[in-house]
Structure formats: C-alpha cells, structure tokens
Design a protein around this ligand. Structure first.
Ligand code: SAM
Length: 288
C-alpha cells in the first residue's frame, strides 16, 4: 500500500471504498507530507515508544507512526473506516486498531497491557468537536503520559499557550499549563486537509510535567476559582468569586484573601498567573 499523505492516493482509497465523510465525526484527512513529517519529528518518537493515536481516519498518519514507534494503538469511532484501515495498514504488525469512542476507552488499561504501565505518547489530528474533553480527560484521569502532540483548531492552540493578560488567556490555558508545557509547532492552513475545514489549525506539543510546577493544596478548589474568575471576564476577580457563591467565604473574606496575595483588590482574574491562582486557592482553602 502506498503512502496516503497526498491528494492522489487519498482520493484513490476513498473511491475504492466509496467512503462518505461524516461531518459529525469531524473528518478532515491530512494530505500534506511536510506537515505529517513535522508532527512525527516534534513528537520525538523512538522505537521504544507506544503511541496512542486518536482518530486514525484512513490511516495516513498511522503509517508514519508505525514506522517510527514500537507499538501503535489507534482508536477510531467510525465503523466504516475499519475495513479501510485493515487495508492501508496491512504491511504493519505493530498496530492495533480499536473501533470505539476514545472518551469510552480505558487508556490506563491499554498503557498497562501494551507499555507495562510506562508513560505513553499521544499523537493525533483531533476531531475538533471534542478537543477539550479529550485533553482534559487524558490529564485528569492520571493516565501515564509523556507527551501529547496534536492538531487542533488554531484558536484553541493559541488559548492553550496564552500567557496572563493576553486576550486568549483563560481557564483552558491554566488547565493545560498546570499539567504540561505547551508549544505550538506549526500552523496548518485548510488546504492541507481533505475536505478543507473552515478554520485554520495548529499542531501543538504538550510535554507533561513530571512534578507539579506550582504548590497547590486543593486542586479542585483551584480549578473552581479559575472557572469562577473567567466566567465573567469583564468583572473583577472579587466580583467573579462572589457571584460564584464566594467559595464559602464572605465578601470581606474574599477581599482579604485577594489582598493577602499582594495584588490590588480590584484586580481582574485574567491578570493572575498560574502560581498566583495556586497561592490564592491555598489562602482561600485555609480561610474556610
Ligand atoms: N488522523 C486522520 C488524518 O490525519 O488524516 C484523521 C483525522 S480527522 C480530523 C479525525 C478522526 O477522528 C476521524 O477519523 C474521525 O472519524 C475520528 N473520531 C471522531 N470522533 C472520535 C471519537 N470520539 N473517538 C475516536 N475517533 C473519533
């Protein structure tokens, strides 16, 4: 089977199987060899690695992954793609295709079975409609992960990488940056896909931290405070927290907690760094 990462070979496979794209699954297949090579390079794959690929499509990136990794596990929701993958990946004996919804798969069990529980690498051209649940699910469920290299909507990649005070900075930036170091690898125009999406895309690399980079006593409380702060962007941090039930504190206690952080009492949430949110949650947790 020839490599698929170009329009001619992709069309040939699609026609052979009379494949119809399903919009509800976010199907936009990569047809650019240069971008495929950039993804593989930036993922830093070695022959020791187990790779989890989410949504292999017709197997375009899977072929590259099979050549550079020890074992590839590819999870694809669309049953119509399974016979195609059997064909396009027939030359590789180090790939297992699972026909399921990634949000329902026990990834811990896969890492245990195929990688002795050691950290795995996730590489994917993600279905954009479930980008955030997939990424947060991977981080929060304590799956052993070394890195996540993914194609996402450009706007989402910008939000993941944004720093305090920037317009894209928000709850997603803080969640991603709590668990990992994000770095945009390359921006990808719609012309690199078939069919072309309406939005621009970016490949982003998220290198998981081995140890937390901030000192937080109650992770859940910190994320509750973060959500409350960005829920009403135009409001001050104090008003945001009060309108969200005050985290169990009175208005005065909230003000005192913000002052104890050493920032003006009328500060907006978008000005606080991850370290400051961590510190604020420790102060609020102790005052409760
Ligand atoms: N990796 C291929 C490529 O780069 O050409 C396809 C990428 S396409 C953007 C996203 C793929 O994810 C599609 O094949 C789609 O069917 C699949 N998909 C969508 N939702 C999924 C889910 N919940 N679980 C697993 N796969 C899913």
């Amino acid at each position: 089977m020839a490599y698929l990462g170009n329009p001619k070979n992709t069309i040939e496979v699609l026609q052979k199987y009379n494949f119809n794209f399903q919009k509800k699954f976010g199907q936009n297949f990569l047809i650019d060899t240069g971008i495929l090579e950039e993804i593989i390079d930036s993922a830093g794959i070695t022959k020791d690695d187990m790779i989890l690929e989410i949504g292999p499509g017709i197997g375009t990136m899977t072929q590259y992954l099979c050549e550079s990794a020890r074992q590839v596990i590819a999870v694809e929701i669309d049953t119509n793609l399974i016979p195609i993958l059997k064909d396009t990946l027939s030359e590789y004996d180090n790939v297992k295709v699972i026909n399921d919804d990634i949000l329902k798969v026990d990834i811990n069990a896969l890492a245990e079975e195929y990688n002795n529980g050691k950290p795995i690498k996730v590489v994917a051209n993600l279905p954009y409609y479930i980008t955030t649940p997939i990424i947060m699910g991977l981080f929060e469920s304590h799956v052993p992960i070394d890195s996540i290299t993914i194609m996402v909507q450009k706007e989402v990649a910008d939000r993941m990488q944004a720093a305090p005070g920037k317009k894209d900075y928000g709850a997603l930036s803080l969640a991603v940056q709590y668990y990992s170091h994000p770095e945009i690898v390359v921006n990808v125009p719609p012309s690199c896909f078939m069919p072309q999406p309406k939005v621009g895309s970016s490949v982003i690399s998220l290198k998981r931290y081995e140890k937390p980079v901030v000192d937080v006593e109650d992770e859940k409380l910190m994320f509750k405070i973060i959500r409350a702060s960005f829920n009403q962007r135009r409001k001050t941090l104090a008003n945001g927290l009060n309108n969200f039930g005050g985290m169990g504190l009175t208005k005065e206690q909230i003000q005192q907690s913000i002052e104890a952080l050493g920032v003006p009492v009328n500060v907006r949430g978008e000005a606080l760094s991850l370290a400051q949110f961590a510190q604020l949650s420790n102060i609020i947790g102790a005052a409760k």
